[in-house]
Write a protein that binds this ligand. Structure first.
Ligand SMILES: *[C@@H]1O[C@H](CO)[C@@H](O)[C@H](O)[C@H]1NC(C)=O
Ligand SMILES: *[C@@H]1O[C@H](CO)[C@@H](O)[C@H](O)[C@H]1NC(C)=O
Length: 468
């Protein structure tokens, strides 16, 4: 069920949540920062798996304000309707109808020609995080590069990895990993310039005075960002700064803004992401609701000089609330900024994990403003973070099977589309964006020709004409 409501508070601002009470259970369906003197839209949703009366509450921790609510609407939908909406959205955002024409050497249309197309590279950026244990592990490299087009290094670029001892920067690991993925044409997200969590600073950083910390930060940002300038798909700049505030506590309330500006000065064209958890995962975490996230993002948008910004949503799920996920994505999408799901995984019992994982990936892929997805499930012999995709022999686990099933659907693991041209030499197919090999053959003349084509969202000539 999707929920839309308009809210206003009597004074100032307040974070207001929408909660359904049903059979003495409370289900959070969304939240918004409501203001006085203007109406704010709350978008949310929930999945209901039982029937009976329910009450809807709007609540705020700020007990001083009155909450006014107007135009509450609930839109129910069936699973079929949900799937059909996903398909419509995929058709528009991820696919193209391609008209192909076969002609002979004189340029005349060739009917009855066989057209065979096979995707050899997924257009939609989809990948998985990795750790340094991929270096030198050919079985892992083979498994990975057959499937994915993007990756993130879980640790190798972090400050605690590159400067464990003050003044001794070591980039050999991150460099080697970047080199490896470049060889395979796999794009890398930069993760992360700084992490706002006090726990995850290099030990020596924890002991610095504010002034020394400022100098160390300036050195860190310029060192890592300029080193990889122009080589990354984006940078997570100040990781998790809605939940943590190590740098704000030491350098003042605008520390994050200053650090984004520093990163941008060192690499002006790379998109800089706010990377945060519990944004689409969990409506109950009020520190990082879409409304809170967008408030912080607006501060970054106000930094002089227009930094290219992106929205990084970690997507660490327990039980996903897919309607809430979609409504939150819609709220983020209204900014027009690129959205990436940056660390997708699911912490659940084995029998539910794969199912939830598939639901989340399908919903992300179907949202037109989601420009890429990376799962947080890099193989580690000592245990993966919340889930692995394979065992130690790189044989798929059920979660890895989900990845392969989706790749087969989306075209990343091959799969041929074959057809025959009509009397005017035309053949039409709806294909996912990406790189394809195309063969045209004609059995009567015994002729065959092979081509490479690239389908992107941009307008391309139609029909595509191939000689056979
Ligand atoms: C195309 O193939 C069909 C069926 O195989 C055949 O009936 C028809 O005559 C063919 N047309 C041409 C122009 O070759
Ligand atoms: C095109 O033909 C070549 C050579 O026969 C074959 O290896 C390849 O798989 C074909 N590709 C497609 C898309 O059918």
């Amino acid at each position: 069920m999707l929920l839309v409501a308009w809210l206003q508070v009597s004074e100032g601002q307040a974070n207001v949540g929408a909660v359904f009470k049903m059979n003495s259970k409370y289900i959070y369906a969304g939240s918004v920062v409501a203001e006085s003197k203007c109406w704010s839209m709350l978008k949310g949703g929930l999945t209901v798996d039982e029937s009976g009366p329910a009450e809807l509450f709007f609540e705020s921790k700020d007990t001083m304000v009155e909450i006014w609510v107007d135009s509450v609407s609930l839109q129910p939908f069936t699973q079929e309707e949900w799937n059909s909406h996903q398909e419509q959205s995929i058709l528009k955002a991820r696919k193209r109808t391609v008209r192909i024409r076969a002609v002979n050497s004189k340029g005349e249309p060739v009917p009855n020609a066989t057209i065979s197309v096979e995707q050899n590279k997924l257009g939609f950026p989809f990948g998985c995080a990795v750790e340094n244990n991929i270096l030198g592990n050919q079985a892992y490299i083979n498994w990975f590069t057959k499937r994915f087009t993007v990756t993130t290094f879980a640790n190798a670029m972090k400050w605690y990895s590159t400067e464990r001892i003050r003044g001794q920067e070591t980039y050999s690991e991150a460099d080697a990993m970047l080199q490896l993925f470049k060889q395979y044409g796999i794009g890398v997200r930069g993760h992360n310039v700084l992490w706002d969590d006090p726990k995850y600073q290099p030990e020596w950083v924890k002991a610095l005075s504010s002034k020394d910390l400022y100098d160390a930060v300036k050195q860190r940002v310029s060192s890592v960002v300029s080193r990889y300038k122009g080589q990354l798909l984006g940078w997570d700049v100040m990781n998790e700064n809605l939940h943590r505030s190590f740098f704000e506590s030491m350098l003042g309330p605008t520390a994050s803004n200053m650090i984004y500006a520093m990163a941008n000065a060192n690499d002006p064209t790379t998109t800089l992401y706010m990377n945060e958890y519990n944004t689409i995962e969990k409506p109950t975490d009020l520190a990082s609701t879409p409304a809170r996230y967008l408030q912080k993002l607006r501060e970054l948008q106000n930094i002089q000089g227009k930094i290219p910004l992106g929205i990084g949503l970690e997507s660490h799920f327990n039980i996903p609330n897919i309607p809430y996920m979609r409504s939150a994505l819609d709220t983020f999408a209204a900014t027009g900024l690129p959205i990436w799901l940056t660390e997708v995984d699911v912490r659940a019992s084995t029998n539910l994990q794969a199912m939830y994982f598939e639901q989340v990936l399908r919903e992300g892929h179907a949202h037109p403003q989601v420009k890429g997805m990376v799962t947080w499930s890099g193989y580690n012999p000592a245990g993966c973070f919340a889930m692995c995709l394979t065992d130690g022999n790189f044989k798929n686990l059920p979660t890895g099977d989900v990845v392969d099933k989706l790749l087969r659907e989306w075209g990343g693991l091959g799969g041929k589309t074959i057809g025959v041209t009509d009397t005017d030499g035309f053949f039409e197919a709806s294909l996912f964006l990406g790189d394809y090999n195309l063969n045209v053959s004609h059995p009567l003349t015994n002729s065959e020709a092979s081509y490479s084509i690239k389908l992107t969202t941009s307008d391309e000539p139609s029909p595509l004409v191939f000689r056979v």
